[in-house]
Structure formats: C-alpha cells, structure tokens
Design a protein around this ligand. Structure first.
Ligand code: CTP
Length: 403
C-alpha cells in the first residue's frame, strides 16, 4: 500500500467542496495512511464531524478549546504526529489566515504550530480566486514553502465557470502520493513510449498486439512522482493519464517515431516501453476490403517500421536510453543480445506474453556490467524501483537533486 505508515492531518475548511473530502479520506485510508480529521466551524456546516469520524475511524477535532487531550494542546500534539498537513478544501478566508500567520481557530493554530510540510487544495468561486488579495495570498503561501495543488477550471457549484474549483479527489490523492516520493529525477525531462501500436490494413481493420500499456503508464507516474517533467507517447490503450504527466496519443509506429524524434532534443532520459509493431502493410486499402465470395484470400505485403529506440540511441547526442524487451523464451540470451543490437546502456527484460495486461511483473536488468534480477512486484511498486535504478544510472542534468 502506497501510503502505509504515513500519518496525515486532513483539515477541512468551509466550502461546498467538503463533500469531496469524504471520498478523499476513504482513498487515503485505503492507500494505507492514517488520517486525523480537523475541521473549522464553517466546514461542519457542509459535512458533519460524524461522517468524517466514521470514515477516518478517529475522533474529529473542531474546537481549540477541545479538552479531550490530557495536556489540552491538540494544536501541538496533533501537529507533531503528522507527516504532512493537508488543507482540503482550502477556503479563501483560510488561505488569507495562513498567509498572514493568523491563528484564531484550532486548524489555523495547528498550521502555525506545525513542524511538517503543508499542502493546500483551494476551492472557491472564480471571482474569489481571481481577486488580487487571494492571488497575493497564494504567492505568499508558495514563497513560504506551502504546496498549492490546483485549483481546477470548469463549472462551479455556484453556476459560474472558471478557475477555482477543487481538483478531483483522484488528483488530490495522486498529488499526496507524489508528495511522499523522493525527488530523484527533479529537473530531468523524461520521454516514455507505452502501449501497442495499431497498423491499419483498411479503414476498419488493423494489426496490433496485446500490450496493455500498464507498465509504461506506471513508469510515467513513478517518474512524475520523482519530480521529472514527463512526456508520455501512448499507443491505443484505455488507461487514464497519470497525474502531472503530459500525454500524446498516437496510433501507428510511424506516428510514434515522428513524435519521439520531435521531442528527443529536449529529453534527458528516453524509456521505450511501447510494443511497437515491427511491420506495416505497404499499402493501406482506402476502402474496407470485401470478401470475394469465391474463396480467394487477400494478400498483404509488409514493410519494416522504423526502430524508434535504435534510431534515438544512434543520434550524435542521445538522451540516456532505456529499452524494454518482452520475450516469450530464453530471456537471458535475447535480452543482452537486444541491448547490444539497440546500442542502449540499459535494457529491462521480462517474459512478456505471460505478463501482458497483468498488474504485476518480474524483470531483469541487462547492462554491460552484467545482469540484475528485480523480484516480482505490483507494476506500480516495480515502476518506482525501476525509476530509482534508472535515476542511479542516468547522467545528472537539470536542477539540484533532492534526496
Ligand atoms: N522498439 C522501438 N521501435 C521498434 C521496435 C522496438 O522503439 N520499431 C523498442 C521497444 O519499445 C523496446 C525495444 O525496442 O524498448 C525492444 O522491443 P522489441 O519489440 O522486443 O524489439 P525488436 O527489435 O522488435 O525485436 P524482436 O525481433 O524480438 O521483435
């Protein structure tokens, strides 16, 4: 579980987006975190402490005069236990309080007394968000080292449309998970290909393969969580874009090649996970190919697709290149042979057809110095391990690396 062992104080302030925090709390707890809810009086107008207590499994704190703590100092004790304090939703008023160091209720006092990081998730009407006073407060909070997540743009509970609505709970959950990851790729630009390609035969048919894209998407997520600027080039897959990742969709190998070649000059690390079709038909029929009815079969002639990874690795000044190889047999021999053939420093091999579409995977790292097996793990955990291995090996570029 991603948040196992993490303890959060989740502070709710007054706003209609409070209803989203019930769902966020459930997700955080499912992710392994313990969650201490604290609410302002205004927040209790939007969702009850009873609901939040039932979901978090802990007593909820609202009043600064709450005497349940033996020393009567919940603002100190609850802050000391926290790995992070998350304010969601953060109202206009509460952000103003934070920016000015005011502490006239339990939650604002806790924030001032904290010795852990603070994340705020704003939620308000678009005019309130755009108000120069709010914008000044946001700038001040960022300057004080507070991480501000969002807001989103779109339709609002008040009926208006614009910036200010709270980011979706899934995004807030992802941002909180990312917060806990070491920023080992901060400042690095990572390009990842993922999924299969689709090579058309005619307007309705084509050739593809069984790659689900899960491994590539998990790597994109892990790289973004590690602080990288991630560009994901995806073949046809039914997967959600990981939080903080820039995604471009393509169909064919040639389209994937063209996007990759365009982005490569601005790339520090290229991770080719896509199961790229090796061939395409040399002539795609303009119309649907019909059955003849006389038993004769269509014939196709194929031409080879560009080898995207090998082409990038051959550039005069290539990014650090990582290949993937899904082999159905004799991985040890094929993996190292493929690494050399593609001229890449690192190739990650797995027994592919057995793991296509699965949520876990087991891989082997091939490099000039030898072979390192990586034990079977959930693709998300494995992705984090692989990103750590890649970060260790890739030349350091960009900004200062944090531990
Ligand atoms: N790859 C690529 N472009 C291609 C084919 C493969 O970028 N046209 C990349 C894949 O993304 C992967 C690596 O090369 O990182 C190995 O892919 P694989 O399909 O195993 O390699 P092939 O050269 O096609 O070898 P095989 O003969 O086993 O199919």
């Amino acid at each position: 579980m991603e948040l196992a062992g993490k303890h959060l104080v989740l502070g709710l302030t007054g706003g209609i987006a409070c209803y989203k925090i019930a769902e966020l709390t459930r997700r955080l707890i499912k992710g392994g975190a313990t969650v201490q809810i604290m609410m302002t009086e205004a927040a209790t107008q939007f969702i009850t402490p009873v609901t939040m207590q039932a979901l978090s499994g802990r007593p909820v704190y609202v009043s600064q005069w709450d005497s349940r703590m033996p020393n009567n100092m919940p603002h100190i004790d609850l802050s000391r236990e926290a790995d992070v304090i998350v304010i969601a939703p953060a109202s206009t008023d509460f952000m103003a309080k934070l920016a000015h160091g005011m502490c006239d209720n339990l939650l604002s006092t806790l924030c001032i007394a904290r010795d852990c990081p603070l994340l705020v998730v704003p939620a308000m009407n678009r005019q309130m968000w755009q108000n120069p006073a709010t914008q000044r407060n946001v700038t001040q909070l960022r300057a004080d080292g507070v991480e501000v997540l969002g807001p989103d743009s779109g339709s609002q509970a008040c009926g208006e449309v614009g910036d200010g609505r709270m980011i979706e709970t899934a995004a807030a959950f992802e941002a909180i998970c990312a917060f806990f990851q070491p920023k080992i790729l901060r400042g690095q630009r990572v390009l990842i290909t993922a999924g299969p390609t689709f090579e058309p035969l005619d307007p309705v048919r084509g050739i593809t393969n069984r790659s689900s894209g899960k491994m590539g998407f998990a790597l994109a997520r892990a790289a973004a969580q590690a602080g990288a600027d991630v560009h994901l080039v995806a073949g046809p897959v039914a997967l959600k874009t990981p939080w903080g990742v820039y995604r471009e969709d393509v169909q064919t190998a040639q389209q994937m090649h063209d996007v990759v070649m365009q982005v490569t000059p601005d790339t520090d690390i290229f991770i080719a996970v896509a199961a790229v079709a090796d061939w395409r038909v040399d002539h795609v029929s303009e119309h649907k190919i019909k059955k003849t009815g006389d038993g004769s079969l269509p014939t196709f002639s194929f031409i080879e697709n560009p080898d995207i990874l090998a082409t990038v690795a051959k550039l005069a000044n290539p990014p650090y290149c990582v290949g993937f190889a899904a082999e159905s047999w004799d991985l040890d021999v094929h993996g190292e042979e493929k690494r050399k053939r593609k001229n890449v420093p690192l190739l990650i091999g797995n027994l592919g057809p057995l793991t296509f579409g699965h949520d876990d995977n087991e891989v082997v790292l091939f490099e000039a110095s030898g072979v390192t097996p990586v034990p079977r793990a959930d693709k998300r955990d494995l992705a984090r391990t692989l990103i750590a291995e890649i970060a260790k090996r890739a030349p350091k570029t960009g900004g200062p690396l944090l531990s």
